[in-house]
Design a protein around this ligand. Sequence first.
Ligand SMILES: [Mg+2]
Length: 166
Amino acid sequence: MLDLLRPNLYVESFHHIDFDYLRQQGIKAICSDLDNTLVAWESEVANPELLDWLKKARAAGFELYLISNAVPKRFEHFTRLLGVKGISNAGKPRKRAFLQALRDLGRSAEEVALVGDQIFTDVLGGNRVGLFTILVVPLSKKEFLGTRIMRRLERVVMRWLSLKKA
Ligand SMILES: [Mg+2]
């Protein structure tokens, strides 16, 4: 069980993801969580650094995809803004959305990385279908009450796993 909670990689933010390293791992596509991974929770804007990163990821040959538990209205605002397709109301850590993403991308699980800020939704869900999981530090401290409670449990798990940032 604990192994399903362990990310393949733990980094400070999406900026710290090494594209060359991902390519060496055989990764062809990057699926990402939205809130607190790419944009701050409740933020409606995409900052220039994010747009620049998306451009660099594409230039490095990666196909991009979003998997978010956000409601469709907020999600569609960002898919338009970022020009990235994906799935809202994903119900992570259930497998359904991750499997749908693999079908949409036409990729096998070993070829896809999953970036997210939560162990119990992003990392667990990604690991369950065999994706290369990358945990990032949440962009904002502001979150749903339920998420804040889960963060306590997350900190315990991170100590158990002795997670260190790459
Ligand atoms: Mg998130």
